[in-house]
Design a protein around this ligand. Structure first.
Ligand code: NIG
Ligand code: FE
Length: 418
């Protein structure tokens, strides 16, 4: 079945030559076609152009079965790609939100057994089915907010059984939802209470028990470590990444959120697909990133919610680097997966232009999940993952109207969902 979207007011972020990522000045160059058509063949984009070419297009003319959709007044965007989430979790942590308002820091809450350990306790006491149901509510919500591909991490299990439970839920989401999902194993998210004071033994357990079991069930595409002050050291990270890579899990790591932890350097050393958070980034780290294929990824929701310093994203782009922006959807530091809001944060708090923010949340986040050959822009052969915004005056209205729900039609893999 082919679907023809016609009279599109503006088709946004089109590429004739699909790229894997976009860096430096090119991030501010979003190509659009005004008054456009787009042809979808099955799950993928077959072709597109301006309306004055539609009647001469041989593929359209030769279609026997064609569903036409009139998109008059709609901007059409490629779906957001969210390359960093922890959206499989049990319950919520608004109690800590109040503690934070009263002045406790993220590290202080973690030290008192709150934070990640609190989520681990809740997850342990929640059945796999219930965890799936809670997570699917979040998945349905982010789909309605324009996200078409998402990375989901484990890391609230912190023992082999519960880490596998989380990863099986992620696999079930992958098998039952139209959104594209990649899975990351994050056994080294925090040291569980029973290993307090024995961090090296916990790291040994991650390496010797968890990684082989996760690999045996083929549950993870990527491996992550929270490499930061008060969590895992560069040496721990070295050992864990090496062990994961033996089983084909490429690194994507949490780095430099709480301090200049050496996380960016160790990520680049192991050719990580991305290093994420990176609030504490200076020229030294930017030089290391310049010589790499690693995507620097900013998580503006976490910096906003925790009142943290902002990563120097503007400086990184001006330096010629690519930058991605993801949601970090999790119960502790960013309880939302709304990527439109991340665009607004990128513009207001990090001084990206709306076009740079769009690149940072589509093609560059697709790259940070290893998916940019198939997702992240409007290009022939890519999956037809898109959303429309009816009645907006220009594409820049999307991050500008930061509190408005502007998403109209959502299409994932050629299927219209709303
Ligand atoms: O990315 N920084 C580490 N992990 C998460 C927070 C997880 C939590 O607090 O539950 C993050 O912000
Ligand atoms: Fe995170």
């Amino acid at each position: 079945m082919k679907v023809l979207l016609k009279n599109i007011k503006s088709l946004v972020n089109v590429e004739d030559q699909a790229r894997l990522l976009v860096k430096g000045k090119a991030m501010d160059d979003v190509k659009c076609i005004d008054n456009a058509w787009l042809l979808v063949d099955g799950e993928r984009i077959a072709d597109f152009g301006s309306m004055d070419t539609m009647d001469d297009n041989a593929t359209i003319q030769s279609c026997d079965e064609l569903l036409e959709m009139d998109m008059t007044g709609h901007h059409v965007f490629p779906s957001f790609c969210d390359s960093h989430t922890h959206l499989v979790y049990a319950g919520s942590r608004e109690v800590e939100y109040v503690d934070k308002i009263k002045g406790l820091s993220y590290e202080e809450i973690a030290k008192r057994g709150g934070g990640i350990l609190n989520s681990a306790k809740l997850l342990h006491n929640t059945s796999e089915d219930e965890l799936y149901e809670q997570s699917m509510r979040r998945i349905r919500e982010i789909i309605s907010q324009g996200t078409g591909a998402v990375e989901i991490k484990s890391g609230y299990g912190l023992n082999p059984e519960d880490e596998l439970k989380m990863l099986r839920v992620i696999k079930r989401i992958k098998d039952t939802s139209p959104i594209e999902v990649v899975a990351t194993f994050l056994g080294a998210h925090a040291v569980p209470a029973e290993y307090k004071g024995r961090q090296t033994e916990y790291v040994d357990m991650v390496i010797n028990e968890m990684i082989p079991q996760v690999a045996a069930e083929e549950l993870a595409d990527y491996i992550d470590v929270f490499c930061d002050k008060g969590f895992f050291t560069v040496e721990d990270t070295d050992r864990i990444l090496m062990a994961g890579m033996k089983y084909g899990m490429k690194p994507k790591i949490h780095a430099n959120e709480l301090a200049k932890s050496g996380g960016i350097q160790v990520g680049v050393k192991y050719a990580a697909l991305s290093v994420d958070h990176i609030e504490y980034t200076e020229k030294e780290e930017m030089d290391v990133l310049m010589d790499s294929d690693t995507m620097p990824t900013v998580l503006p929701g976490a910096a906003f919610f925790l009142n943290m310093p902002f990563a120097p994203a503007r400086e990184m782009i001006d330096y010629g680097l690519p930058v991605a922006f993801a949601s970090d959807y999790n119960p502790g530091s960013s309880p939302t997966g709304n990527m439109k809001l991340m665009n607004s944060f990128a513009c207001v708090n990090y001084r990206l232009t709306p076009d740079e923010a769009l690149m940072a949340t589509t093609i560059n986040t697709a790259y940070a999940m290893g998916l940019s050959e198939d997702f992240g822009s409007i290009a022939k052969g890519k999956y037809a993952n898109l959303f429309s915004c009816p009645d907006i005056p220009s594409r820049h209205f999307l991050p500008y109207a930061y509190g408005s729900d502007l998403i109209g039609m959502v299409m994932l893999k050629g299927e219209v969902l709303s």
